[in-house]
Write a protein that binds this ligand. Structure first.
Ligand SMILES: N=CN[C@@H](CCC(=O)O)C(=O)O
Ligand SMILES: [Zn+2]
Length: 431
């Protein structure tokens, strides 16, 4: 019998244990709250979740060492899940904020060879170990903000060699850091400068060389495309994603971020993509199509804020039956943050999502958006022992006291990795 971790006396235990599959409609408001609740984790897996009284009975049947964590006065939630990041990169682009404040558009900066192409230059120059080193610091910060699983996209290499380097770095992060990292290939993130005069050849390179090279090495589960005016159009995005599907990748799309009614959501629905992401400019038909196909809308209110754009229409999506998840979009240009708690605040204040909906969107729905809905995202027996303890006595306070990091303790696979808001265990293998 392994060591037990016993989290007890939570003022609210948010189990998120209502039903199977991504939550939609009213299901997005159901938190499965247990007052005075306990969780017991054994060998990294939850073996009990329920009231303090029943936990005492349960523990009476067990022998062996027990680590007790007192959660009185705190809210205990599943570890937060961030289903959309570009966390592996080198370089920094803070100059772009001032350019945008002076009125320059995000896409104009990209067209001039800045933006994603700027990060591509520094990422190509960086060694694999340097990319890992920089991203490990970001992962530590994610952990301090209660995040226990993330997705990570490539897309700053834009050559076969450099895309593989980024994805190998993501795999190494998963190995070295407590946070689990789910990899996505995004070679179609921008047309690199050397292909500017013949972009169709770059689409061919992605399809004929990059996708098979990534598939052969098992380096990514998902394929994503930046489907946008001036980047990859609907036909090009469709070709790349269909080729990816034939090779066994699951699909995601950066859809309708900048141009109005570009058709990205409709394409995601047609291809039955797992998720469509951004969706700032999606049409009503696009929303209906997502609801029908069961494609999860991954919304990124931090990006809208940082690009000074109107946020996605989360209300129409939720009211129209689309499952909504939230993410930081952590990247060096349009959303340089790791703070899921802040993203939840922004989702409430800029998209009118309720305090309950943002929690569902950042846990169980986010887990489904990266194909992990059966392992994480809720506090149920058989799921991973990933928990976050917030220093508030009820979940509504998390959105009321905004802009603060209220994470007190983070438990990953049953192990305490953040305690009193301080990182205590990073688990980097010595070799
Ligand atoms: N829009 C495309 N890709 C990223 C931004 C990447 C960057 O600016 O470096 C996003 O999701 O916002
Ligand atoms: Zn993105």
């Amino acid at each position: 019998m392994g060591k037990l971790t016993y989290v007890k006396s939570a003022s609210q235990l948010l189990c998120m244990d209502t039903g199977h599959g991504p939550r939609t409609g009213k299901g997005m408001s159901m938190l499965g709250i247990i007052a005075d609740g306990s969780v017991v984790i054994e060998d990294g897996i939850i073996v009990f979740a329920g009231s303090d009284a029943l936990a005492a009975q349960f523990l009476g049947t067990r022998r062996g060492e027990v680590e007790v964590i007192d959660a009185s006065g705190k809210v205990v939630a599943p570890g937060l899940v961030d289903p959309h990041t570009h966390v592996v990169y080198a370089g920094s682009r803070e100059n772009e904020l001032e350019l945008r404040l002076q009125g320059e558009k995000y896409t104009d900066i990209l067209q001039r060879g800045g933006g994603i192409l700027n990060t591509a230059r520094s990422t190509r120059e960086a060694s694999e170990e340097e990319l890992i080193r920089q991203a490990l610091t970001r992962l530590d910060r994610f952990l301090l903000h209660g995040v226990t699983t993330i997705e990570a996209k490539s897309g700053y290499g834009l050559t076969v060699k450099d895309e593989l380097k980024q994805l190998r770095a993501a795999r190494e992060l998963d190995r070295r850091h407590p946070i689990d990292v789910v990899p996505t290939f995004m070679g179609a993130h921008a047309v690199p400068e050397e292909y500017r005069s013949h972009p169709e050849s770059y689409v061919n390179l992605v399809i004929e060389e990059m996708l098979p090279a990534v598939a052969e090495r098992g380096l990514a589960e998902y394929c994503d495309v930046f489907c946008e005016q001036g980047v990859f159009d609907i036909a090009e995005s469709g070709r790349i994603l269909e080729a990816a599907e034939r090779l066994g990748f699951k699909l995601k799309i950066h859809a309708d971020e900048i141009a109005k009614n570009f058709g990205g959501a409709e394409l995601a629905a047609k291809l039955e993509a797992v998720s469509a992401e951004h969706l700032l400019k999606t049409s009503e038909e696009g929303i209906r199509a997502l609801a029908k196909s069961g494609t999860i809308a991954v919304l990124l209110p931090g990006t809208a804020l940082f690009l000074m754009e109107r946020a996605a229409d989360a209300r129409s999506m939720i009211d129209g039956g689309v499952a909504v998840a939230l993410s930081t979009d952590c990247n060096p240009g349009s959303s340089p943050t790791v703070s899921m708690p802040f993203i939840m605040n922004a989702a409430c204040l800029t998209m009118r999502m309720t305090p309950a909906e943002v929690l569902v969107a950042s846990t169980i729905n986010a887990a489904h958006a990266i194909g992990r809905g059966n392992e994480i995202g809720s506090i149920e027996t058989g799921k991973r022992g990933d928990l976050v303890l917030f220093d508030v006595s009820n979940y509504r306070q998390l959105q009321y006291y905004y802009g603060m990091n209220l994470v007190h303790t983070v438990i990953k696979n049953g192990r305490t990795v953040v305690k009193g808001g301080v990182l205590v265990d990073r688990n980097e293998p010595a070799d």
